[in-house]
Design a protein around this ligand. Structure first.
Ligand code: SAH
Ligand code: SF4
Ligand code: F3S
Length: 460
């Protein structure tokens, strides 16, 4: 790359080239984010890197100089969405030929220069570990017309020193580690995000403190597999503990935990500190031992349920959610029934459910995708229906209970109502009264559906 070796994030003119900084650049960047929370968090890092060079964010695509799609590759549908969006961007670019179009994130990493060749509208391809290069790639494009590509994965990039540009609100994400070494056989993430690496405990804790001072009331610590967090011997439970002690007024959540190494120490730490939310997202993927083996998930159904039961025993009322893939190669009707059975035993509050989608380069890609589409769809709808019933039942049982919620904002449906979240991650709607986002409010649950609780404020 022509600009390899440049000192990034340094506004002094190291190379004698024109340098963009807050005073000389008035360009506007528009960015759409697809995929998981890690990508949302990365978008905040991207905006920070660009703001150092004077780029401001705009939410109006027609008023932008730079258009970025921060993309996801996890299933074929995720990529289809991007191809469709790129088609639409063609006409936007026709109206504004000077605008720069960049594909960032996991799809950029997976497809690399193929995407540049295939999609003529794309000017820049930048993978998840190369965001520091963005300002220079854009600048080079302006100066030379040369399209840019930066897709090297790093063993140590964590963006530890970058202060994300966050959206207004009372909750925030803190990315604590990047990458994944688990190599589940269906999953593209280890290929798009590279090897696991962790930030420093101290830097994460001080970020949480600063956020609290700025009025943030809840943070979610993010990683593809937070249990692999390791900062010179400090594991994820140590990190949680350090954060919980340093900012006792802050609610702390995390995602995502892998059942193989979701340790007792971690669960005990959650139970010990009031400000660590009693909520675990623990993706199970399948209830069949045979399928779990084929997926390289490394745990048995028995071990998984043991972890859940221990969590329930030390954190009564703990919120539980999961991810399930249906239609993995060779999945039989019996395997499918075992998944339904496991759901009954686990008693999840909610589940994210997906039809298996073969991904190039993954191990399971070499297996025949032998479950017909209609079978996947039918199994998926059975899973969704069971979860809907179970969620409704759990939520109904909460009627009359008193809970504390953190108000996040207005209800989507009406300005007269507010939406808040319980410690165990349930969405609750209450009449607005005098409450505001950021308030902790005691409420009594009145009624519910499978996704939402409706409540009234408890009078003191
Ligand atoms: N790191 C997280 C999840 C990352 S991807 C974890 O380990 O749990 C989010 C979810 O997408 C996965 O849990 C899985 O359920 C689903 N998923 C991943 N690859 C998939 C594929 N090829 N087809 C269908 N669903 C997939
Ligand atoms: Fe993918 Fe498995 Fe890593 Fe999760 S743990 S990101 S499913 S490889
Ligand atoms: Fe998608 Fe990449 Fe996240 S593939 S799920 S955006 S890590």
């Amino acid at each position: 790359m022509a600009f390899e070796g440049l000192i990034i994030n340094n506004n002094e003119t190291q190379t004698g080239r024109k340098n963009y900084n807050k005073h000389t650049n008035d360009k506007k960047v528009y960015i759409e984010t697809y995929g998981c929370q890690m990508n949302l968090s990365d978008t905040e890092i991207i905006l920070s890197v660009l703001s150092e060079y004077g780029y401001n964010e705009t939410t109006d695509i027609n008023d932008s100089d730079v258009i970025f799609l921060n993309t996801c590759s996890v299933r074929e549908n995720a990529e289809k969405k991007i191809y469709n969006r790129l088609k639409q961007l063609k006409s936007i670019k026709r109206g504004n030929p000077g605008s720069v179009v960049g594909v960032l994130g996991c799809m950029a990493e997976r497809l690399k220069k193929d995407l540049l060749e295939k999609e003529k509208v794309v000017d820049l391809i930048v993978g998840p570990d190369e965001y520091r290069k963005l300002p220079h790639l854009i600048e080079n494009l302006y100066e030379t017309g040369e399209k840019g590509i930066a897709v090297k994965l790093s063993r140590d990039e964590t963006y530890d020193d970058i202060v994300p540009v966050r959206k207004e609100g009372v909750t925030a994400w803190i990315s604590v580690m990047r990458g994944c070494d688990k190599f589940c056989t269906f999953c593209v993430v280890p290929f798009t995000r590279g090897r696991e690496r962790s930030r420093k405990v101290q830097s994460i804790v001080s970020e949480a403190k600063t956020l609290f001072d700025e009025g943030i009331k809840e943070v979610t610590l993010l990683g593809q597999n937070v249990n692999s967090f390791n900062d010179e011997g400090s594991d994820f439970a140590d990190l949680l503990k350090a954060a919980a002690k340093a900012v006792p007024g802050m609610r702390i959540r995390y995602a995502t935990s892998h059942p193989y190494d979701c340790s007792r120490k971690l669960l005990d730490t959650m139970a010990e500190y009031d400000n660590i939310c009693n909520y675990i997202h623990l993706p199970v993927q399948s209830g069949s031992e045979r399928v779990l083996k084929l997926m390289n998930r490394l745990y048995s159904v028995g071990h998984y349920l043991e972890v859940l039961n221990y969590a329930k025993s030390i954190m009564p009322g703990v919120g539980l959610s999961t991810d399930i893939i249906t239609g993995f190669p060779t999945e039989t009707e019996d395997d499918h029934k075992m998944t339904l059975e496991l759901m009954e035993n686990a008693g999840y509050d909610s589940a994210y459910t997906f039809a298996y989608s073969p991904r190039e380069n993954t191990k399971s890609y070499r297996m025949e995708d032998d479950i017909p589409k209609e079978v996947k769809t039918r199994r998926l709808s059975e899973i969704i229906e069971l979860q809907r019933k179970m969620s409704s039942k759990i939520n109904r049982s909460l009627a009359g209970k008193t809970m504390e919620i953190l108000i996040e904002g207005r209800s989507k449906k009406s300005d007269d109502f507010l939406m808040g979240r319980t410690d165990c991650n349930k969405s609750v709607i209450i009449p607005a009264k005098n409450n505001r986002p950021g308030d902790f409010v005691k409420v009594r649950i009145l009624k519910s559906n499978s996704a939402t609780l409706f409540a009234e404020q408890e009078e003191d």
